[in-house]
Design a protein around this ligand. Structure first.
Ligand code: ADP
Length: 470
């Protein structure tokens, strides 16, 4: 059954999964605006959901059924909007389908309603950076230099709690949407055989295996972003693959001869030195993100000159190798978003100067062997905090080649103590890097709070020591 989603008077819409990150809230507010009766259900309690609940209490046509799911809601609501975290084969969604109810999602409604061309970006790592960089380049280039011009560039999706359904009425046919997509959202889109007009995969590494079971299944879910693109000879779908990723290269070969599709490959090596010089984000991973963004924007006629003009203004996203101070010639980076050993290794690889690393946190029972090896190879000092401090210290010790290695390992009781130690050890030219390799829940509410506190503590040093802060 198809619905006119803008007018749902007399219908009941059930939002399954409110969450704390805005997705359910946006869907509920959108549904409330259509005149429908809205029920929001979540397994979490009202206290756990916090501010999202407070926001919804303002709407007279929204009911909250929290702390559990009620089968009856799924049997009787006309439309069920499922959170991306809910797998498609969830028991309650099956109940709704068996009762003939329309099961959909926030992203599916967005794709069905969006009148503008959509650029969709997915991947294991670098999604947010590539998505915002693409939008930045498209937004900050003068229209004269573009072959095609668009009225507005929208940055949305799985990024920074941006509302998308509640913004849909503002999006016009001559706009362009740049959207970050999680693999869960791509799976939801596959249910209605939809995918973006321009699709890019940053890279693939084992992730979310708790949901997918195997890496193959996870890859299959990601592949839908290409598989369901609409092939059209007059207006070809554009599919963009990472030349440095083995599976992506196989997909490139598989899709490259499709009629109505244009396949492109990108690699960090493709970025010219001139463009590289205008880019402030450190490390090869960020160069790969730049190559990815360039491979998109070049389809819109952006010239190298215009790119070189707008690129220097692009700053790292908060908590992702974000420079927070360069006091006294020491660069302090907040990479609090690095919650796995793999991402902290990427951060360590980004610098060729002495690094004082601050790492450790909540114990997710991940192995630290590789991380220990990388610290032993690259760091001048490791200052360790949180539940995993001793484990990381042990991993480093095992990897140190000689007993008289100069690497200093310090265990600190708090982030503040860690920053003080780093400050004592740092010399001009060094980098101090908070890249914890662990989640933050043992000492902080989330990685954002950890990153903010780091920046605050560094700032307090600046105030005491008269340092300059960026
Ligand atoms: P995502 O949105 O996929 O989580 P982000 O752009 O937010 O990615 O970056 C998160 C972290 O992932 C960064 O701090 C960095 O450590 C790592 N990262 C970013 N880009 C890449 C990349 N292209 N390859 C590998 N790791 C990356």
């Amino acid at each position: 059954m198809s619905y006119s989603y803008f007018n749902l008077k007399g219908k009941t819409v059930l939002i399954m999964g409110l969450g704390r990150f805005g997705g359910g809230l946006d869907a509920a507010q959108f549904a409330a605006g259509t005149g429908a009766k809205v029920i929001v259900t979540d397994l979490a309690s009202s206290e756990k959901l916090g501010d999202s609940v407070k926001e919804l209490e303002k709407f007279p046509n929204i009911e909250l059924h929290l702390g559990r799911h009620d089968e009856k809601d799924f049997e009787t609501s006309d439309i069920i909007i499922a959170n991306p975290a809910v797998p498609g084969n969830n028991k309650f969604l099956q109940i709704a389908r068996n009762a003939g109810r329309h099961v959909t999602s926030q992203i599916n409604i967005f794709f069905e309603l969006c009148p503008a061309k959509i650029i969709g970006i997915t991947g294991a790592n670098g999604k947010s950076t590539t998505t915002s960089l693409t939008a930045h380049l498209l937004q900050n280039t003068s229209y004269e230099s573009r072959a095609t011009s668009y009225d507005n560039i929208w940055l949305t999706g799985n990024i920074g709690n941006q509302p998308f359904l509640t913004a849909i009425e503002k999006i016009k046919a001559n706009d362009l949407v740049v959207i970050e997509l999680s693999s869960f959202q791509i799976e939801q889109l596959a249910e209605i055989q939809r995918a973006p007009d321009i699709a890019l995969l940053t890279n693939l590494t084992p992730n979310h295996l708790d949901r997918y079971g195997t890496f193959e299944k996870y890859c299959a879910a990601k592949e839908y972003i290409f598989k369901y693109q609409k092939l059209d000879k007059n207006n070809p779908a554009i599919s963009i693959f990472n030349a440095e990723d083995e599976i992506a290269c196989q997909w490139y070969e598989k899709y490259k001869n499709d009629k109505g599709r244009r396949c492109i490959k990108f690699s960090a090596d493709d970025v010219t030195e001139e463009i590289r010089d205008c880019y402030n984000l450190p490390g090869r991973a960020n160069l790969s993100n730049l190559a990815a963004a360039l491979s998109i924007v070049r389809n819109f006629g952006l010239t190298d000159d215009s790119i070189k003009k707008s690129l220097p203004d692009f700053k790292a996203l908060p908590h992702r190798l974000e420079i927070v101070s360069d006091a006294g010639g020491v660069r302090w980076y907040n990479d609090s978003k690095a919650t796995t050993p793999e991402s902290a290794i990427t951060a360590l690889n980004a610098f060729d100067v002495p690094i004082i690393l601050i790492a450790g946190g909540y114990d997710k029972h991940l192995p630290f062997d590789e991380f220990g090896r990388k610290i032993a190879e690259k760091a001048k000092a490791a200052i360790l905090i949180g539940q995993t401090a001793q484990q990381i210290a042990k991993a480093i010790k095992e990897k140190l080649k000689t007993k008289d290695s100069k690497l200093k390992t310090v265990i600190a009781d708090s982030l503040s103590e860690a920053v003080q130690s780093a400050h004592r050890l740092a010399e001009s030219g060094d980098v101090v890097l908070l890249s914890p390799a662990c989640a933050s829940y043992d000492m902080f509410e989330n990685y954002e709070q950890r990153g903010h506190q780091f920046a605050e503590i560094v700032k307090s040093f600046k105030d005491k020591n008269n340092f300059s802060l960026l």
